[in-house]
Design a protein around this ligand. Structure first.
Ligand code: ATP
Length: 409
């Protein structure tokens, strides 16, 4: 703490009553110049104090701003679906897809447009329109409080479900069992296998069953869209998970950031390397990871840098294969559960005929069959519709069109 500067002595005037007028005049002049000197010194001190006060005021302002920021509750990210004439907006919250109608505050009324991404508070009031950078970073992660996928929605992966339960669900739900036995649960679980076989579904289902927040980030987006930001995004991802625990981090297409090192020295490769190093250091430094579990998925297991498979990193591998006939039959049943089916629909026969189809393609098959029934103005889906759908998808695949485009991630 700085002390107050000491004040100069106050000048005094002692006039000798015996002195001549001339001597008195000189004494008065000397006294006047003393007073001027003291005045100048006091002015200098006043300026210094005023500068210091301005400095302290700035500090107080900055601390007050920081305090306000710390006190403000987090906001949710949403997309504006519609703006009405009555200055209301329909916003859809990311993650839970809840749509709400909310009033637009007058200061945003002129600028808000359909499609804008916005930050909303607990009462869904729009607080600000997000700029591209905030927006992009928010979009890089998909955060869902409780994904709407359960184990019962996954066909033919009983063994894999059990393995995921042991490796991810049990450590979250019963950490004491691991402590009692004295074993460390797996650090990270890597799901690998061909595309569209249910890897993402498995991760979502385990988040749902453990009431954990599901935080997904796609490796490919990290390197394609967020050039120069990959390692920061990985840091954000782990920070976000720690704030939202219990949480499951799911890194899809991890091969995009964790492929075997190449000798090429392009800046893109350097960026991918940096992102992977950040990921490894987050995993290594994440010893006491509390109620956060890490999962990842890849279709390119062969490409992975073995560094990420070391103990303490992705040390539990679960292969998710293409479905066999029994699994295909189950998947078809799951996806047509809510369909109005004719008696002649024979899933066993369909499963035999769809050798080589993955889960996503089987889902497309059921949707296409439904479309054929609608086109025919029927409310019941028949075996013939499934046959036609099958033919259509086979033809599209043979023409080299991206197969089964109705499959939505
Ligand atoms: P990718 O490797 O391409 O990301 P993935 O293995 O993660 O694929 P999912 O995203 O889990 O695959 O599956 C895509 C869609 O396919 C799911 O939404 C679901 O409708 C369907 N599907 C895939 N596998 C199964 C399954 N085993 N049971 C039921 N539906 C499935």
């Amino acid at each position: 703490m700085s002390r107050s500067p000491s004040l100069p002595d106050r000048p005094t005037l002692d006039l000798d009553p015996e002195s001549s007028p001339r001597e008195r005049l000189q004494a008065l002049k000397a006294h006047y110049s003393d007073i001027l000197e003291v005045n100048r010194e006091l002015e200098r001190q006043l300026t210094r104090i005023q500068d210091r006060r301005a400095e302290l005021r700035e500090k107080v302002d900055a601390l007050q701003r920081e305090n306000e920021t710390l006190k403000t509750a987090s906001l949710y990210v949403a997309t504006v679906q519609d703006v009405t004439e009555a200055e209301e907006a329909v916003v859809k919250q990311h993650g839970n897809n809840q749509e709400v109608l909310t009033e637009i505050s007058p200061d945003l009324a002129d600028t808000l447009e359909m499609g804008d991404r916005v930050a909303i508070n607990d009462s869904f009031a729009i607080q600000e329109i997000l700029d591209d950078e905030t927006d992009a970073r928010a979009r890089a992660m998909e955060i869902t409080d409780s994904p709407a996928v359960s184990y019962a929605d996954i066909g033919g992966l009983e063994d894999e479900i059990r393995e995921v339960q042991e490796a991810v669900e049990d450590p979250l739900s019963h950490p004491e069992r691991f402590e009692a036995v004295g074993v460390e649960p797996p650090s990270g679980v890597l799901l690998h296998g061909p595309p569209g076989t249910g890897k993402t579904m498995l991760a979502k289902a385990v988040a749902n069953h453990t009431d954990a927040t599901f935080i997904k980030m796609a490796g490919s987006e990290l390197v394609r869209k967020f050039i120069g930001e990959g390692s920061r995004m990985v840091r954000d991802l782990f920070e976000m998970a720690a704030r939202r625990e219990p949480a499951i981090i799911f890194i899809d297409e991890i091969d995009a950031v964790a492929s075997k090192r190449t000798d090429s020295k392009t800046s893109g490769d350097a960026e991918v390397q940096r992102t992977m190093m950040q990921l490894l250091s987050e995993m290594d430094g994440f010893e006491d990871r509390g109620e956060v579990r890490i999962m990842a998925a890849t279709n390119r297991f062969d490409m992975l840098d073995r560094a990420i498979l070391r103990p303490g990193r992705f040390d539990r591998l679960i292969e998710v294969p293409d479905p066999d006939a029994t699994a295909r039959e189950e998947i078809l049943r799951i996806h047509s559960e809510r369909m109005n089916l004719a008696e002649d629909v024979d899933f066993e026969a369909l499963a035999r005929r769809t050798e080589g189809f993955n889960g996503a393609q089987l889902e497309s098959l059921t949707t296409e069959a439904g479309m054929f029934a609608i086109r025919d103005d029927r409310e019941v889906v028949r075996m013939g519709d499934f046959r036609e759908a099958h033919e259509k998808l086979e033809t599209e695949a043979s023409q080299g069109r991206p197969p089964y485009t109705t499959y939505i991630q």
